[in-house]
Design a protein around this ligand. Structure first.
Ligand SMILES: [Zn+2]
Length: 177
């Protein structure tokens, strides 16, 4: 079924206009979706998120290979067995890799010439976790061109009353002087 006549599309992608919907040019029907759903974070991520709300980062240790894993997981994929102790790790770390992104989360172009700062997501190896264990987060409070692999960074937390048990309870990581 073709919803928009070809001559109106002209090879360009565009949004529908209210007039096209109201006039019946475009097929429309009403539907009430049943969007009730439940989400279970699981024991490892649930504890991780709860501790973020407390302003702490928690990891899980495997007592066989002695790795401290972040984000925590209930299972060591190397030893093929349940993981063991919960351990708190630092809110500091080292940039493992990063990117300077000129598009936003919706893949729209950022107005960099207009002064908008590019997004700079990074994988940060967290102090206290095993080497190579890291989380993805944003780097800020620094000129994007000065970000380097190996740079030392620290979490900038939301104030306690604004935290909600989410990875965004850490606003971003900033370089440690
Ligand atoms: Zn292990």
């Amino acid at each position: 079924m073709e919803l928009i006549p070809k001559e109106k599309v002209d090879g360009t992608v565009r949004g529908l206009k209210r007039k096209e919907l109201d006039s019946g040019e475009v097929l429309v029907f009403d539907w009430e979706p049943k969007l009730a759903y439940a989400w279970d974070d699981g024991p490892a991520i649930a504890r991780y998120l709860a501790e973020l709300k407390n302003g702490r980062i928690i990891a899980k240790k495997c007592n066989k290979c002695h790795r401290v894993m972040i984000p925590p997981r209930m299972f060591c994929e190397l030893c093929w067995r349940p993981s063991d102790d919960w351990v708190f790790v630092e809110d500091t770390g080292t940039i493992n890799t990063f990117v300077i992104s000129n598009v936003d989360w919706k893949a729209g172009r950022l107005d960099i010439e207009g002064g908008v700062r590019p997004f700079t997501p990074a994988v940060i190896e967290i102090d206290g976790a095993s080497r190579g264990m890291g989380i993805l987060h944003l780097i800020d409070d620094v000129d994007p061109q000065k970000i380097e692999i190996g740079m030392r960074v620290k979490a900038v937390w939301k104030p306690p009353e604004e935290r909600e048990g989410s990875i965004t309870d850490i606003r971003y990581f900033k370089p440690v002087e």
